[in-house]
Design a protein around this ligand. Structure first.
Ligand SMILES: Cc1cc2nc3c(=O)[nH]c(=O)nc-3n(C[C@H](O)[C@H](O)[C@H](O)COP(=O)(O)O)c2cc1C
Length: 205
């Protein structure tokens, strides 16, 4: 294993791919959105979801003012939207009218969700932390939008046979993967008869 102490040289993408989000912000009459690879769920109760946004972004200013945002997830065939929103700035253009990006009204906040999203969270800002050159905005999730046919009703998890989520590899590269099978490996399997960490190909659906 190579050990590199200069992070610039090593890059910061070793843990990728990640599921990129599109964060939409609206303040007054202004609407903006950016691609966001750095995001994380933080709590079930209350439901908290955070996004790390650089103060350099135009959307950062809007979010500071409006104190609300939506987090949107898109399928692989929509990576054009993610890349466009992630490589243009609301400082220069109105991304929504320029690229004809459609929105749907939210139920709890003024900021809309993307019409093309397969899932989206409506968030009200509850906390923010400066984390180096980004600010972690923590939102309370007030409502969830999702395409029911993409999610298992009982498990509430994505059905990978139904869609291909967009994944981001870093450095402007994207990935779409087809599932090669699903396997349940919960407490029963860990503590039950199997008592092992072996996953055999046979078990995959
Ligand atoms: C796939 C992808 C992921 C990105 N992730 C982040 C991120 O997590 N945080 C961030 O501040 N910028 C991120 N960016 C950069 C912003 O999306 C980009 O600077 C955007 O143009 C900002 O738009 P705005 O100035 O209209 O806010 C990402 C860009 C891409 C393409």
């Amino acid at each position: 294993m190579k050990i590199e102490k200069d992070i610039d040289k090593a890059g910061f993408y070793h843990y990728y791919p990640v599921v990129p989000a599109v964060v939409v912000v609206k303040s007054g009459g202004e609407l903006d959105a950016l691609a966001c690879a750095w995001h994380i769920a933080l709590s079930f109760d209350p439901p908290l979801f955070a996004v790390a946004i650089s103060p350099k972004r135009y959307s950062y200013r809007l979010l500071k003012k409006s104190k609300e945002f939506t987090v949107n997830f898109l399928t692989f065939d929509k990576i054009g939207i993610i890349a466009t929103l992630g490589r243009t700035s609301g400082r220069e253009i109105d991304k929504f009218s320029t690229y004809k990006i459609k929105t749907t009204a939210s139920s709890e906040i003024e900021t809309p969700v993307l019409k093309d999203a397969y899932a989206a969270y409506e968030c009200r800002l509850v906390k923010q932390y400066r984390t180096g050159d980004h600010v972690l905005f923590v939102g309370e999730v007030l409502a969830v939008h999702y395409k029911t046919r993409f999610f298992d009703k009982k498990r509430k998890t994505p059905i990978m046979k139904s869609f291909t989520p967009a994944l981001y590899l870093g450095s402007d590269h994207y990935l779409g993967i087809k599932s090669f099978g699903e396997i349940k490996y919960g407490k029963e399997e860990v503590f039950g008869k199997e008592k092992g960490i072996k996953v055999t190909q046979k078990k995959l659906e």
